[in-house]
Ligand binder design. Structure first.
Ligand code: GAR
Length: 187
């Protein structure tokens, strides 16, 4: 099996990144993580890039030519697939066009509900019954695009923001690899 050379974009703690790195060590897992890009010099997830010796780049999105910088490096590392894992910036149109249906994201809600930030507090305020996560293709709009896979659980009375995050992320660590396997199943 020829693994897809994949770039993971992160902004923060990188626990999904770590999970994907570990999964990708399996010969039968369809992707190989060849590059990590972050917009946050302080991102905790950079630690995993160092630990597992994966090339990583800080690309400052406040710089004027940052999009060219991203595209240049994706080409340099022969990247054919992109996973956003807690990347908190909108992906530019040019990148979406270049990587049509090759960029996916994970979001901590049952989309299309609760796009954007502060999902857990909004869910609790709304007295939602269900929570979960969605892996979806990335398009021009925030947390939009066709869904690939969702995982759901029922919220209980004792849940708070912290437990919702824990329960959601536990499902994310199953959902993201499963979605990737699903995408490449017939390739
Ligand atoms: C994840 O829970 C992911 O669903 C969320 O950020 C977290 C990153 O955690 N993404 C979004 O909210 C995207 N809109 P991690 O850095 O530990 O993987």
């Amino acid at each position: 099996m020829v693994k897809k050379k994949t770039c993971i974009f992160i902004s923060g703690s990188g626990t999904n990144l770590k999970n994907l790195i570990l999964r990708s060590r399996d010969n039968t897992f369809p992707i190989n993580i060849s590059l990590i890009i972050t917009d946050n010099r302080e991102a905790y997830g950079i630690k995993y890039a160092k630990k597992y010796k994966i090339p990583f780049l800080f690309i400052n999105t406040k710089q004027r030519n940052f999009e060219n910088d991203i595209l240049f490096n994706l080409k340099k590392y022969e990247i054919s697939f992109i996973c956003l894992a807690g990347y908190m910036k909108i992906i530019s149109n040019s990148l979406i066009q270049k990587y049509k249906n090759k960029i996916i994201n994970i979001h901590p809600s049952l989309l299309p509900k609760f796009k954007g930030l502060n999902t857990y507090s909004r869910m609790l305020r709304n007295k939602e019954v269900k929570a979960g996560c969605t892996v979806h293709y990335v398009d021009k709009k925030l947390d939009n695009g066709n869904s690939i896979l969702k995982k759901m659980f029922f919220i209980n009375e004792k849940d708070n923001e912290k437990t919702l995050k824990q329960r959601t992320q536990k499902l994310e660590y199953q959902a993201y690899p499963e979605a990737i396997i699903k995408i490449f199943k017939n390739n």
